[in-house]
Design a protein around this ligand. Sequence first.
Ligand code: UN1
Length: 493
Amino acid sequence: MSETLKNFIGGQWVLPKKARLLEDRNPATGQLLARFPASAPIDAQTAIAAAKSAFPAWRATPAPKRGEILRKASQILEKRKEDLAQSLTREMGKVLVEARGDVQEAVDIGYYMAAEGRRQFGQTVPSELAHKFMMTVREPLGVVSLITPWNFPIAIPSWKMTAALILGNTVVLKPAEDTPICAARYVEVLEEAGIPPGVVNLILGQGATLGKTLVTHPDVSAISFTGSTATGKLINSQAAPLLKRVTLEMGGKNAILVMEDADLDLALDGIVWSAFGTSGQRCTAASRLIVHKKILAEVERRLVARAQKLRLGNGLDAKTDVGPVVNGQQLVRIHRYVQIGLKKDKARLLCGGSIARSGKLAQGFFYQPTVFTNVAPSMAIAQEEIFGPVVAILPVGSLEEAVEVANGTRYGLSSSIYTRDVNRAFYALRRLEAGLVYVNAGTIGAEVSTPFGGVKETGNGHREAGQAALDFFGEWKSIFIDYSGRLQRAQID
Ligand code: UN1
């Protein structure tokens, strides 16, 4: 029996009246996991109203007390890690070890932001006038809409949620249509940890129906979105005339540079993990390998051998290396890009290139780990985000060329270089146009205490996680206290 998920509004789990129910299925098996409401704009309005009325009391709650609730939530998540990871794998497909990592990321950010409840540092700054005191404090924004993707269905909501909450904002969370169970489980944890009614609201349904209300409603102060660049641009264009604050975390075309002096054993481990982990469905996944010609043949040979050994299957099976992709639409999209790579780009396919249909794989959405080589920087498969287990090798003749090729896309999230030469490493890490740069590691594996985000069309200048997240979810207030007992004129006296 599959469950019917509900919205969480004003502290109540509710099913919208007359809502059509949508299906949530396991991408590895096709099994029906849950039904959930296709909520209407009116439901989003109700959720926003609940968040608005909870805001005054929540902002007045001392930040350390808000932190205690987040800490409790992390403790519950830790206890439930295995169960949550299993339902995450069932719902979105990533292999169990990675699903555990997804939950762990939520545990970690929860503890991090809980501790921010006792910090939330401002500055005290000397005044140019005698007997005048100046300091800054962070203030919450109000109601914020969080619109989150399916690829990190617990981690990404938790990054946004914990940063928003610790500063005293109230929240409406709208998770991706592919992962409503994970969102509901996460909100249940927050409820159990003692989040007051209305502080966190969950609204399930389709972005196309709910997005406009969540973005443009006059009582929404800010929107935090992770997803495609096309949707991010739409959100930005709707929010801009209303002067709403928006953070966008969007596409990537991340590159690993492999120099001729690299430790190739290490590089191959990083490449396989970054290109095929999560079936390539990370914003941070490596989809381009920029390889020095001197080692090209060896990298190709070794990568193909590794890719062909990867076992596709249900992520709950401990023997599986690569799980399914999230849904049929994504599978078709990935295959369409591979066809473009073959027919239009005329790149050389080294392995993979097809939908996997043998045995039980036919029940789900599986794609063979795919490697193209002889890819030129201008080709579609070197430029567009595919979001699947497909990697393109671009040969280069020098470090300078490698960096130029790496920078030659409209995106800039993550990047990495394998070299044993510290001079080369520094050259690359200062010049690569990306929000995240790794040396001698792949492109995935960011941690919660550093800023996360990208440049160019990957983002719009904000960062998630770490201290940087607080800058998005809070407003600085400068405070001046004049205790001279007379008129003092700044810039004049
Ligand atoms: C994402 O793909 O949107 O660095 C997030 C990483 C993870 C987060 C990825 N910690 O790959």
